[in-house]
Ligand binder design. Structure first.
Ligand code: FER
Length: 297
């Protein structure tokens, strides 16, 4: 009996040791291809943007894109962010600021590559569909090597660490170097995928810093809705605008659906927009066109 038990235990330990080491790690990418289940609320809130909405044209005033370096105390390196200033930019005026956060495979150049932010903003501002604003595209991977290299999913913790860099270093550097309206009503935070998760995680918990929030195709780094919005009445009182969006071919949609369902149940006003895109740049360019028109008004 004793011998049999000890044999069984040995066998169990051996088997579990083998199966543990042989067990494949869950592939984080697989979340992107989860089956999409759509509900009645999962439909567009906006029309598609007009053709050419982000095609550069010669005959309107052009803003400026520049690469700005700042000292990151939290990371311990010099880091870079891309900054758009509108055509009329002058030190005599103060401007609101939109902070735009990229995805897991991106960096400070991603939003510009995906959405042609300068051409898109130039047109909206020229048409008076958006107020002149500064757009800041920082690097949300807060680690010494912040390039999107190797196993890009392994850097997920650095996207959480970016919270400190954003508040302690990025925002002060922007307010120090540019002519900004440095209060919550003139600051917006938005992001795509990992950047959407960062936006919800950092934005909803810092409504004293940002009054306008846009989370697009948010990734599994998004904290549970009840953690981010523990006091719905307080959130409701502070938010000026919250936009949640996702494509209906995006396997991550369940994350945004969960946030929408919670906010709806708790009566926190927000716009929920689901279009026909996937987890892709078309969705993000389209939604920047919408979000930029809604903020700072
Ligand atoms: C994951 C699937 C996707 C994940 C992150 C992503 C951290 C991010 C995708 C993107 O930013 O495009 O499981 O885990």
């Amino acid at each position: 009996m004793k011998a049999a038990l000890s044999f069984a235990l040995t066998a169990f330990v051996a088997t579990s040791a083998i199966s543990h080491s042989a067990e494949p790690k869950p592939d984080p990418k697989s979340a992107l291809s989860r089956p999409v289940v759509l509900g009645p609320d999962d439909k567009p809130a906006f029309e598609e943007p007009p053709t050419g909405f982000n095609t550069a044209v010669a005959d309107i005033p052009h803003g400026r894109l520049e690469m700005v370096e700042y000292e990151s105390k939290s990371v311990g390196t010099k880091r870079r962010m891309q900054v758009y200033t509108p055509a009329e930019y002058s030190k005599e005026t103060k401007y609101p600021v939109l902070y735009l956060l990229h995805g897991i495979g991106g960096d400070e150049t991603e939003w510009q590559r995906f959405a042609k932010v300068d051409a898109l903003m130039d047109k909206l501002i020229a048409d008076k569909k958006a107020v002149p604003m500064i757009v800041v595209m920082p690097n949300g991977r807060a680690q010494k090597n912040d390039r999107a290299e190797g196993d890009i999913y392994a850097a997920a913790p650095a996207f959480a660490d970016f919270e400190k860099d954003l508040f302690d270093d990025v925002i002060p550097a922007i307010d120090g170097r540019f002519s900004t309206l440095a209060d919550r009503e003139h600051r917006a935070l938005a992001g795509l995928s990992m950047g959407g998760g960062q936006t919800l995680n950092f934005g909803l918990t810092h409504l004293d810093t940002f009054a306008w929030i846009g989370a697009f195709s948010s990734a599994p780094n998004t904290k549970p809705p009840a953690t981010l919005v523990p006091d719905p009445a307080a959130t409701k009182a502070k938010l000026k605008y919250l936009l949640l969006t996702c494509g209906n071919k995006d396997g991550l949609i369940n994350i945004s659906q969960g946030m929408h369902a919670y906010l709806k149940e708790k009566d926190v006003p927000h716009v929920w927009h689901v279009d026909g895109n996937g987890h892709d740049a078309t969705h993000w360019a389209h939604i920047l066109y919408e979000f930029a028109q809604k903020i700072f008004r």
